[in-house]
Design a protein around this ligand. Structure first.
Ligand code: NAD
Length: 497
């Protein structure tokens, strides 16, 4: 299956069937590719070539750069089914979600094409006669992208589509767990470049195959002015000071610990559906997965009973075969989940579900029943991100208490409230409300649209990607003062003669 998909996507077998690093599918543990990690010298050479490509690409007018992204979007539309299937095979999310990830890429291409005609600055009133002041935006340079396994394509595309129309070249270090997805995106972008013509320089976009060391090499390069890194908070803690030490810029998209406040006035039918999708979707392996349910005391028993019933009906199994929950990425993720559940039990929590499934059918696939864990308070376990389907249930009496719990974690990615009380809803999204980058009312915390800026505060890293005015981070801002008079007045009325 993998070979047919890769062939249709235009990835030569020699690119993913050589080397000593095996790539396996989490669906059953089978090997789907074999690659070689690139050496530091190869990474350095790629960075040099990205500089050359940048020097040419920044001269192409922005709307024309948008045309390349439009052509890439067309490739994505044409190959949506194969790309979706590849995402499913390589990272284990169900096919519907794999297709959704590709749709996000198509959507960001559409947005970026429009943006390519709107990279506008400002005119500013000058205090001096005969002077114009303005602000203009210029391309930045090669953009370094480091991405995580759980969204093997879309976060790259969020960055790449905007970075390309802004006049930059790309260097992508994908997760070592999902490099085939990167090779496929690269192949389709190369097809779009061939169609686009000679204006698209060689090496405009490159993929670096490697692990942490390759990521570090990229991160440390003075020739890469912006590093956009998606992954764990641990990774961000390592990358951030390295980029800062060379005065580079970074976009950090790190771990989340997302909550839902379920208020007494909530529409419970809607809320239960939202909890189910956001807590068990992608087998709990989304940065925006619902991890903490903060439910009003009066609803606690009913909601837990309804959730247990809904959880019992979830189909867990091969993500290609119409199930709702696929596997965890690997054995390490499974061990981590089990260790956390054991600790929770030892601390007196009530644990529902969480056990391994289908081990007889898939001895090398790590399928689990999503877990519901009833706890009394937010201890260090609850306050940490475990990248697996564990939903902690906490209860509250007063709204302020729930809000405080929502905010009392180190991460600040996504959050939501289910309520029909307009005061609670507005308070939640107010200055005094949720401290997260995303705060929703009557929808779950996951499944963002690309039109908004995506990212979070605190240990989530503070980065923003996708829509709104995010394009500005891929450009450098320049303030221009132009004197069209025959005098040379100094600012602030200074006399210097
Ligand atoms: P990870 O941190 O293990 O790896 C992410 C990427 O960073 C990989 O490409 C890896 O090779 C690279 N890397 C690791 N250490 C590095 C270093 N020191 N220098 C440079 N590169 C380094 O994350 P993962 O397990 O692949 O993904 C899961 C995590 O990602 C979760 O914490 C999840 O919440 C987070 N995530 C966040 C977002 C977001 O937008 N906020 C989106 C997806 C995933």
């Amino acid at each position: 299956m993998i070979d047919t998909i890769m062939q249709r996507l235009g990835v030569a077998e020699s690119l993913y069937r050589q080397g000593d690093y095996p790539v396996t599918s989490p669906t059953d543990g089978a090997e789907i590719g074999r690659l070689s990690f690139e050496s530091a010298e190869v990474v350095d050479a790629r960075i040099e070539r990205a500089q050359v490509a940048f020097a040419a690409w920044r001269q192409v007018p922005a709307p024309r750069r948008g045309e390349l992204v439009r052509l890439f979007g067309e490739q994505l539309r044409r190959h949506k089914d194969d790309l979706g299937a590849l995402v499913t095979l390589e990272c284990g999310k169900i096919l519907q979600e794999g297709l959704g990830e590709v749709q996000e890429m198509i959507d960001i291409c559409d947005l970026a094409v429009g943006q390519s005609r709107q990279l506008y600055g400002l005119t500013i009133a000058s205090e001096r006669p005969g002077h114009h002041m303005r602000e203009s935006w210029h391309p930045l340079g090669p953009i370094g992208l480091v991405t995580a396994f759980n969204f093997p394509m879309a976060p790259w595309a969020w960055n790449a589509a905007l970075a390309l129309v802004c006049g930059n070249s790309l260097l992508w270090k994908p997760s070592e767990k999902t490099p085939l997805s990167a090779l496929a995106c690269q192949a389709l972008l190369e097809r779009a470049m061939a169609e686009f013509g000679a204006d698209a320089p060689d090496d405009l976009s490159q993929v670096i195959i490697g692990g942490r060391e390759a990521g570090e090499r990229l991160t440390d390069s003075h020739q890469v002015p912006l590093i956009s890194a998606t992954g764990s908070t641990r990774m961000g803690r390592e990358i951030a000071p390295r980029v800062a030490a060379r005065f580079g810029r970074s976009i950090l998209e790190l771990g989340g610990n997302n909550a839902m406040i379920l208020a007494p006035s909530a529409d419970l039918d809607m809320a239960v559906r939202a909890i189910l999708f956001s807590a068990v979707g992608t087998a709990g392996q989304r940065c925006t997965t619902l991890r903490r349910l903060i439910v009003h005391q009066s609803l606690r028993d009913e909601v837990i009973a309804r959730l247990k019933k809904a959880y019992a009906g979830i189909s867990i199994g091969n993500p290609m075969e119409g199930n709702l929950v696929g596997p965890l990425i690997d054995a390490q993720a499974f061990d981590q989940m089990q260790s956390v559940l054991t600790q929770a039990r030892q601390r007196g929590a009530t644990v529902f579900g969480g056990g391994r499934q289908l081990a007889d059918v898939y001895p090398n696939g790590y399928y689990v029943a999503p877990a519901i864990v009833e706890v009394e308070r937010q201890d260090d376990l609850v306050r940490s991100e475990t990248f697996a389907p564990i939903l902690y249930v906490l209860s509250y009496r007063e709204f302020d208490e729930a809000l405080a719990m929502n905010n009392d974690v180190p991460q600040g990615l996504s959050s939501c409230i289910f309520t029909t009380d307009v005061r609670e809803a507005e308070a939640f999204v107010s200055d005094m409300g949720s401290d997260c980058g995303i705060a929703n009312v009557n929808i779950g915390p996951s499944g963002a649209e690309i039109g908004g800026a995506f990212g979070g505060e605190k240990e989530t890293g503070g980065g923003r990607e996708s829509g709104s005015d995010v394009w500005k981070i891929y450009m450098r801002r320049q303030t221009n003062t132009v004197n069209y008079s025959r005098e040379l007045p100094l600012a602030q009325g200074i006399k210097f003669d």
